[in-house]
Design a protein around this ligand. Structure first.
Ligand SMILES: Cc1ncc(COP(=O)(O)O)c(C=O)c1O
Length: 373
């Protein structure tokens, strides 16, 4: 699928700069969901059809991150998947995480009740901070609050050298940043943002090396080898592959997810990356946001957790999300008043550029903020 063809799947992207909050549904997803709803209303819900949509969705996601469907589990929330990973770690293990990463990524370790030691360091220091006692490095590939992109190669190299496992959350990355599931022991991705799915579908990809350590803590009927034969009693045989980590699917959500995931799996994500980060770059230029070459005063820079950090508005790696200091929310209010959908997180204004946006959206946002445009 070409980017141009994919664009015809969206009709409401003008002024919508919030894929980092929630994506826009594709027109094919809308049609499929309405058709499904109509069938149910008329007395013909289709559980077998839902199960087929789940398996096709699993396969599309596998293709998107270059793995096999047998390594992909389905779930509904990030934190539930993360809690499985927490349960796989020895009691008292150290988990290294970025400072202020998204709570669903880090809280399951804090509250695992197994004495895990969660150590937070600035994202830029994550690779350097992997120590001999680190059992797991857990991080979002792209930070929700700042849009910063993790240096995957450096982090996974450092973890491998120290014998630590890696878990990434790709929720803010998959759909615009090319990803290889085999780079990580675990990759978790909620699909309602950049993959434009209905909310309620979170995939977990587990490596064959780490999978045996993970307990099927949330097993229900869908974790069985044959879900429909696994509905009763304690003697259920769990699936031999990653499906043993499945929880039962949010059926209607998968009806809409399937066409969206098919589209993203068939897209050249490198092309989407160029499109999205190109728009973000032109917005940054128009805003006069710093280029990262020196210290600056845009909010998150300075000394945090005893370590010097540079301004996070300056991406070391190109990002589709641009954030800047907006402590009183004035810039977000200006964008909103101009009819632009943006967001504010942790005292920062946040805009996101995705495939349904173009240069006119950049110009509209800059104009609303009284910058060039
Ligand atoms: C990095 C990241 N992970 C996950 C999520 C979603 O978490 P959950 O599935 O718990 O709703 C978000 C939502 O903003 C996010 O930014």
């Amino acid at each position: 699928v070409s980017l141009t063809r994919a664009l015809t799947e969206f009709s409401g992207g003008r002024g919508y700069l919030a894929a980092c909050t929630t994506g826009l549904p594709t027109l094919s997803a809308r049609a499929a969901m309405i058709e499904d709803l109509d069938a149910s209303v008329s007395g013909h819900p289709d559980p077998a059809g839902y199960a087929a949509a789940v398996e096709r969705s699993r396969a599309h996601f596998a293709r998107l991150v270059n793995t096999t469907p047998g390594r992909v589990a389905i779930g509904s929330q990030t934190s539930v998947s993360v809690s499985l990973v927490a349960a796989a770690l020895p009691e008292g293990s150290e988990v290294l995480v970025p400072l202020d990463d998204f709570s669903s990524v880090v809280l399951p370790f804090v509250h695992a009740g197994r004495g895990l030691c969660v150590r937070s360091v600035p994202l830029a220091r994550l690779a350097d901070e992997v120590g001999p006692d680190t059992a797991l490095v857990a991080f979002s590939v792209v930070q929700s609050a700042t849009g910063e992109v993790a240096d995957i190669a450096a982090i996974t190299r450092a973890a491998r050298a120290r014998g630590a496992r890696t878990m990434c959350d790709a929720t803010q990355a998959a759909g615009w940043l090319p990803l290889e599931a085999s780079d990580f022991d675990v990759l978790i991705c909620h699909t309602y943002k950049w993959l434009c799915c209905p909310r309620g579908i979170c995939f977990t990809v587990v490596s064959p090396e780490f999978a045996p350590a993970i307990p099927s803590l949330c097993a229900g009927w869908y974790a069985g080898e044959d879900p429909w034969e696994s509905c009763y009693g304690v003697d259920v045989t769990l699936a031999g592959d990653a499906r043993r980590f499945d929880v039962s699917p949010a059926w209607q959500a998968f009806v809409g997810a399937e066409p969206a995931l098919a589209m993203f799996a068939a897209l050249d994500i490198a092309e989407v990356h160029m499109h999205d980060t190109g728009l973000a770059h032109r917005f940054r230029e128009g805003m006069g946001l710093c280029d990262g070459s020196g210290p600056c005063g845009t909010g998150l820079g300075g000394r945090r957790a005893g370590v010097d950090v540079t301004c996070s508005a300056a991406p070391a790696l190109p990002s589709a999300i641009v954030t800047w200091d907006d402590p009183d929310g004035c810039d977000l209010a200006r964008l909103t008043a101009a009819g632009i959908t943006a967001s504010g997180r942790a005292g920062r204004a946040r805009v996101a550029f995705h495939l349904f946006n173009d240069d006119e959206d950049v110009a509209l946002a800059l104009h609303a903020l009284d910058r060039r445009g």
